[in-house]
Design a protein around this ligand. Structure first.
Ligand code: GCU
Length: 582
C-alpha cells in the first residue's frame, strides 16, 4: 500500500483540522439517517482521539459520528479519486454524499476506498461513524467475562475493561486524505535489498492497474549513483533487479537512503509516478546473533506508546520529532511499536535517523477460549497482512511481532500462531518474525518463531521489592530458555513504576531510585549473556491507562521519561550506560 504522494502525476489533499462531531450514546444515528448528515454537532480536531478533547466523553467509547465537507481541486476531472484513513479506532463506517463506501475493523492501520463514482466537484459530505466499544471478539479484546483463568484477570477490574494496559482511545487518529491518480496507476511497489561485497542489489516488484501497454521505468538516485532501467509492461506486475556498485548501505550509524522513482510510461508519456526512499541493508538471525549487514547488532531501546495529553493516540508530528530527539539523547538505537503499528511518519523518520524498529500488530491481550476465537484469528491475520503491506519497504523495520503477551493456553494456541507465522513469512521472507511473551518456557510458539522476546517484571509484579532474588531468578531462567529453544533472546519488557519526584533511600518501589536500580541491574545482567541480543525498557514515557487500583492517576509510571517528556533519574543513568555503546 503506497502512502499518498503529490508529484507531477498525483495530487493529495488532507481533510484535517476541525470536523463536526457528535456522541451517539443511544446508538440512534443509523435509524435517524445521520449517514446523510447530522446537526447538533460540536467541533472536533482531526486527527486526534476524541476522549481527552472535551470535558465529557472521556470514558465514552462510542458510537460517535464525524462529518466534514469538501470540494475537489479543479484538476481532478477524469482522475481516480481515493479516500484514505490513516487509522480509525476501532470500527469505522464511511459514507460519501449519503452513499456507503464501506467499513473497516481495527485501529492503527490504514484503509482506503475508491470514491471516484460518488465524489462531486463541490459540496461533498463525508460522514464517518466510529465505534470504539470493547468486545471479547475484537483484537485487542475487552469486556471479557467468564472464568478469569482463561484470560488476563489482572485487567478484569479496570475501567474501561480493556484486556490491555493502555487507554482505549477512540476516533480518527491519523490523517484523512484524498488523492488523485490517473486511471492507469501504480498500485504497489515492494523492494527487497541484498549486497555482496560492495555491490548492492535492489529487487523491485511493481503492481499496476490499467491498460497493459507501455513500459515501467525505474530511476535510482543517490551517492553519485544514477541509473535507469526500462521494462515492458505485460502483466499486472513487473519485476526488476537494480545493481548498485559501491553501494552505501543503510545502518543506524549511516542511514543512507536512495531515491527510487518508478514511472508508468505510454507512448513516451509518463502517466503515473511514485518515488520511494530505499535503504540497502540485510537483517538475519545466525546462531545466537542478530546480524544487520552481516554484523552483530545489539538492540538497546524501548517499548513505547503513541500517547500524549489531549490528543490521546492522535498523530502529532512534533511529538515524533521530540521522542526521536530523546532517543538520540539517551543513546537508544531501537524500539518496538508496542502494542500496535505506529504512524507511517514515525517509520519514515526512523529510516532517516537510523533507528531500528520491531513492528507489532495490535494483537495484545489475546486469549484462546473458543468464544470469538475464529474472529480474533481472522483479525490477527488481517493485521499481519495490513501491517506488512504498509511497512514492508522501510529499512528501519527489522522484525515483525505478531502478538504481545498472548494468554496462551493449548490446544488452540499452537495452530493459531503457526498460521500467523506462515502468513508473515509468506508475505515477507526477508525479516525475522517473533511474538512477545510473558510465559517464557511455556510459550509453545517459541519452538518455531525466529527469536525469543520475553517480558519480565521480577522485582515488581513478581517478588516485589526483592531485587537480588529477581536478578538471580532471571539469570537462571534466561539460561534455561536458551537451552530449551537455542535461539537469541530479546528482553522486550522490564521496568518499574516511578512516580516522578518520589525518592527513597534505600530505594523502594515507586521511587525513582528503585526504578533506576532495577533497570541498571537488569541491563548489567543481560550484557553477561552472549545469546541476549537486546534490552528494551518498559517504557520510554509514562502513558495513560484504564482506571484501576494499580494505576494511580490512570497512568502507567514505568516511563524513564514522564508523559510530558521530562527525564526521571533512570533516564540519566541509562544514558551513561547506552552512550558508552554509541
Ligand atoms: C505488560 C504489558 C504492557 C504493560 C506492562 C505493565 O507486560 O505488555 O502492556 O503496560 O506489562 O504492566 O506495565
Amino acid at each position: 500500500m503506497l502512502y499518498p504522494q503529490s508529484n507531477l502525476y498525483r495530487q493529495t489533499i488532507e481533510l484535517a483540522d476541525f470536523w463536526d462531531f457528535c456522541f451517539d450514546p443511544n446508538d440512534v444515528g443509523i435509524q435517524n439517517g445521520w449517514q446523510k448528515g447530522f446537526t447538533d454537532a460540536r467541533p472536533i480536531a482531526v486527527p486526534a482521539s476524541w476522549n481527552d478533547q472535551f470535558e465529557d466523553g472521556r470514558d465514552f467509547l462510542g458510537p460517535a459520528w464525524y462529518q466534514t465537507s469538501f470540494d475537489l481541486p479543479w484538476s481532478w476531472d477524469e482522475k481516480r479519486i481515493v479516500l484514505r484513513f490513516g487509522s480509525v479506532n476501532y470500527l469505522a463506517e464511511v459514507w460519501l454524499n449519503g452513499q456507503s463506501l464501506g467499513s473497516h475493523e481495527g485501529g492503527h492501520l490504514p484503509f482506503e476506498f475508491d470514491a471516484t463514482s460518488w465524489v462531486k466537484q463541490s459540496g461533498n459530505l463525508l460522514v464517518v461513524r466510529v465505534d470504539g466499544r470493547l468486545a471479547f471478539d475484537h483484537v485487542p479484546p475487552g469486556n471479557v467475562t467468564g472464568d478469569a483463568a482463561d484470560f488476563f484477570a489482572s485487567h478484569a477490574g479496570n475501567f474501561p475493561q480493556a484486556q490491555f494496559d493502555f487507554f482505549p482511545y477512540c476516533g480518527i487518529q491519523r490523517p484523512v486524505m484524498l488523492y488523485a491518480t490517473s486511471q492507469n496507476y501504480l498500485r504497489d511497489i515492494a523492494v527487497d535489498t541484498q549486497f555482496q561485497d560492495l555491490l548492492g542489489k535492489i529487487h523491485v516488484r511493481v503492481e499496476r492497474v490499467g491498460e497493459a501497454s507501455g513500459i515501467a521505468r525505474f530511476h535510482l538516485l543517490g551517492y553519485g549513483h544514477h541509473s535507469t532501467r526500462e521494462i515492458p509492461l505485460s502483466n499486472e506486475s513487473v519485476e526488476v533487479d537494480i545493481d548498485v556498485p559501491s553501494v552505501m548501505l543503510w545502518s543506524p550509524k549511516n542511514p543512507n537512503l536512495y531515491d527510487l522513482s518508478v514511472e508508468l510510461v505510454r507512448n513516451g508519456n509518463v502517466i503515473d509516478a511514485y518515488t520511494l526512499k530505499v535503504g540497502v541493508r540485510t537483517i538475519e538471525i545466525v546462531g545466537d546473533q542478530l546480524l544487520l549487514n552481516d554484523e552483530p547488532i545489539y538492540l538497546n531501546g524501548f517499548g513505547r506508546h503513541e500517547d500524549f495529553p489531549v490528543v490521546g493516540r492522535g498523530y502529532l508530528p512534533a511529538l515524533i520529532v521530540k521522542d526521536y530527539a530523546l532517543m538520540q539523547w539517551i543513546g537508544a538505537n531501537s524500539f518496538r511499536t508496542s502494542h500496535y503499528p505506529y504512524s507511517e511518519q514515525m517509520l519514515d523518520l526512523a529510516d532517516q535517523l537510523g533507528i531500528l524498529v520491531i513492528d507489532e500488530t495490535p494483537a495484545v491481550g489475546l486469549y484462546f477460549r473458543e468464544d470469538g476465537l475464529e474472529k480474533r484469528g481472522a483479525l490477527c491475520q488481517q493485521y499481519v497482512r495490513e501491517m506488512i503491506a504498509r511497512d514492508k519497504n522501510h529499512p528501519s523495520v527489522i522484525m515483525w511481532s505478531v502478538a504481545n503477551e498472548p494468554h496462551s493456553t493449548p490446544p488452540h494456541t499452537r495452530p493459531f500462531f503457526e498460521e500467523l507465522y506462515h502468513e508473515a513469512k509468506t508475505l515477507d521472507s526477508t525479516r525475522p518474525v517473533t511474538l512477545v511473551s510473558f510465559l517464557g518456557a511455556g510459550e509453545e510458539a517459541f519452538a518455531f518463531y525466529d527469536l525469543i522476546c520475553l517480558n519480565r517484571y521480577l522485582g515488581w509484579y513478581v517478588g516485589p521489592g526483592k531485587l537480588d532474588e529477581a536478578l538471580s531468578t532471571l539469570s537462571v531462567e534466561l539460561d534455561s530458555l536458551h537451552e530449551k529453544f537455542n535461539k537469541p533472546i530479546l528482553l522486550a519488557e522490564f521496568g518499574a513504576d516511578a512516580i516522578p519526584g518520589h525518592h527513597a533511600q534505600p530505594p523502594e518501589m515507586f521511587s525513582e531510585e528503585y526504578q533506576t536500580e532495577l533497570i541498571v541491574r537488569y541491563i548489567e545482567l543481560l550484557r553477561q549473556k552472549s545469546y541476549v541480543v537486546g534490552e528494551h525498557i518498559w517504557n520510554m514515557c509514562d502513558f495513560k491507562t484504564s482506571q484501576g487500583v494499580t494505576r494511580a492517576g490512570a497512568l502507567n509510571y514505568k516511563g524513564v521519561f514522564t508523559r510530558d517528556r521530562r527525564p526521571k533519574l533512570a533516564a540519566h543513568r541509562v544514558r551513561e550506560l547506552w552512550q558508552k555503546n554509541t
